[in-house]
Design a protein around this ligand. Sequence first.
Ligand code: NAD
Length: 297
Amino acid sequence: MQKQKIGFIGLGRMGAPMSRRLLAAGYELVVLDVNDVAMDALVEAGAEKAASPRDVADRTDIVITSLPKPDIVRHMALGEDGIAAGSRATIMLDVSTTGPSAAKEVAEGLSKVGKQWVDCPVSGGIKGATEGTLALMVSCPNATFETVKPVIANFGKAFHVGEEAGLGQVVKLANNMLAAAAVFLTGEAMAMGVKAGVDAKVMLDIINMSSGRNSASQDKFPKAVLPGTFDFGFATGLSYKDVRLCVDESETLGVPMVGGALVRQILAITQSKYGADSDFTSMVKLIEDWSGVEIRG
Ligand code: NAD
């Protein structure tokens, strides 16, 4: 069977390695990014260049988006020269973290022109995107899931959360709130130990064999805090956006999120101090600053 032709919009830290995996799997690819350097690198690897989201949707069967903000995803889909106006693509699959409201809104806009929305937020970072080991949180009708399955199998393991638009996004927001909370709380715990005189590496090793271990203690601290590089690979601005969307969603649903709201504030302070492009492990720099210690191996 002829493979579907794929469009890929947003060739950033996640989108670039994911696009490369599709090329390696033999898919024909049409790409678009506002950053010419990012686009040229993919064209050199064998992809075709597009001029607009509509152009991508005119030339491909499935359009994948990996973009930083819900507003950009909305605009790509439903704005002028957007994916909705394209003549060929019948499916838009969004791997960005956009939140359930944007997912529902875009799904509705696309359905008016006979196109299907798939929310497919991902977790696993740049490493997972490069190695094809991401967790994929997919919501779309069952038949559409069967259509996209062979394509997204190149990115990792797909979990079909449900048929309703936005359900994958809800799971993703919950996950990212937990990931950010883990960085912040592990930072507080580690700063206390180090200030009291415990060696940071010894303390982390103990936590990682004990009941307090978590994704930050096992992954982010050894890679980006103990070496003092603060370069894990996930931007403060993106983490802030995710936790903000998460707290907003819980409020809409009438569910308490006291801890999540606190993490949102910490990310707001981290962003104002270190910038949106800083790594989200910079939350720990904030704690180091407050407590007057450095957590180093
Ligand atoms: P990124 O900023 O590295 O990449 C975004 C890309 O989109 C950039 O190349 C940018 O030039 C491009 N872009 C922005 N506006 C555009 C427009 N109007 N038209 C075309 N291209 C445009 O971000 P990323 O880290 O790759 O994350 C992308 C999405 O994936 C975000 O929603 C993020 O929350 C999510 N995500 C990121 C990670 C991670 O570890 N980095 C993990 C899981 C999910």
